[in-house]
Design a protein around this ligand. Structure first.
Ligand code: DQA
Length: 164
């Protein structure tokens, strides 16, 4: 029996190694995606985004855990959870991008890859949106690609995780 065949016969059908999920975290007001300022954020809902991410994750052999909160402390708690249970973090901190040292500190305590997503191009908007605390920690930032930005971030996450 060749080594290849031996390897095949010891593999149990349906028993995959547990894949740690990529945490996809969304900050305040993103629960209103699709309804809120659609001229800026589009008509897709967060549930649509989560479904598209789940499909893409399956295609890429990844798992995703999509979460949204309007509360800064909850986002911090999920980042802490990701320290033990997450393969990576994709985060749209929404308005907290521009204010939250607590989210930055939590991400600085997280060892895995972090990608930041903004649906709109924050650099084309009001000056107070031009600075994000999270950008100083993120491996990469995607802004202005609409909700497609989340899917691009997941593809990039796949590349980053393959390197680790
Ligand atoms: C946002 C941009 C932020 O400035 C804003 O507060 C949001 C959404 C975006 O996805 O474009 O809520 O993060």
């Amino acid at each position: 029996m060749s080594d290849r065949t031996a390897e095949k016969t010891t593999e149990k059908v349906g028993e995959k190694p547990a894949t740690k999920p990529v945490y996809v975290l969304n900050g305040p007001n993103l629960n209103l995606l699709g309804l809120r300022q659609p001229e800026i954020y589009g008509r897709e809902t967060l549930a649509d985004v989560a479904a598209a991410l789940a499909d893409l994750a399956e295609e890429l052999g990844l798992a995703v855990r999509c979460l949204q909160s309007n509360h800064e402390g909850q986002l911090v708690d999920w980042i802490h959870e990701a320290r033990l249970q997450g393969a990576g973090v994709i985060i749209n901190p929404a308005a907290y991008s521009h204010t939250s040292i607590a989210i930055l500190d939590a991400l600085n305590a997280y060892a895995g890859p972090v990608l930041e997503v903004h649906i709109s191009n924050i650099h084309k908007r009001e000056a107070f949106r031009h600075h994000s605390y999270v950008s100083g920690r993120a491996e990469g930032v995607i802004a202005g690609f609409g909700t497609e930005g989340y899917l691009l971030a997941l593809r990039r996450m796949k590349t980053l995780l393959a390197k680790t």
